[in-house]
Design a protein around this ligand. Structure first.
Ligand code: FES
Ligand code: FES
Length: 177
């Protein structure tokens, strides 16, 4: 069996997804992790490979608007669905308010966890426009940051909540699916 990094070419079939608003077809095994297809086939490096086990959250993307860990989602399980990555959040040159909030609060050191933090925040604010502190902590609880940037990240989520309230950006956030 020949394979690229995690993408099996034996028993491949064509699997079609919407990725950031574009229809993409993958000739791949149904078992291929979504993360590999996004990074290797689409060149989307927003989602990061951290643990590969669904534990760290670095690989998070939105599937039909819900945050998932793309290292554990098999392509065959989401055929025909809509995927949004970090790269798909902005509108042209306008950053998504959650992205802007993380910049405003300088909520990064190495930045490796930020993809997952931003995706989780977008998903949270879609679901609940005015989350409590407990809601925010619960949403990010299983996203690991090895740099210890947690306080700045929490501040960024609060800032995103403000920005979305100010700009009425919820509709755009809702369509990021
Ligand atoms: S790389 Fe997917 S959860 Fe860690
Ligand atoms: S900023 Fe480095 S892992 Fe979070």
């Amino acid at each position: 069996m020949s394979r690229r990094k995690g993408v099996h070419t034996m028993s491949s079939r064509s699997i079609t997804l919407s990725v950031n608003g574009e229809c993409r077809s993958f000739e791949a095994s149904a078992e291929t992790p979504l993360l590999y297809a996004l990074r290797n086939d689409c060149g989307l490096n927003g989602p990061k490979f951290g643990c590969g086990l669904g534990e760290c959250g670095a690989c998070a993307v939105l599937v039909d608007g819900r945050a998932v860990r793309s290292c554990t989602v098999k392509l065959g399980a989401i055929a025909g669905r809509t995927v949004t990555t970090l790269e798909g959040l902005a509108s042209g040159t306008d950053l998504h308010p959650v992205q802007q909030a993380f910049i405003d609060m300088q909520a990064a050191q190495c930045g490796y966890c930020l993809n997952g933090m931003v995706i989780a925040t977008v998903a949270l604010l879609r679901h609940k426009a005015n989350p409590t502190e407990a809601d925010i902590r619960a949403a990010l609880r299983r996203h690991l940051c090895r740099c210890g940037t947690h306080l700045e990240i929490l501040a960024a989520v609060r800032r995103a909540r403000e920005l979305l309230a100010e700009t009425g950006h919820q509709q755009e956030a809702s369509s990021a699916s």
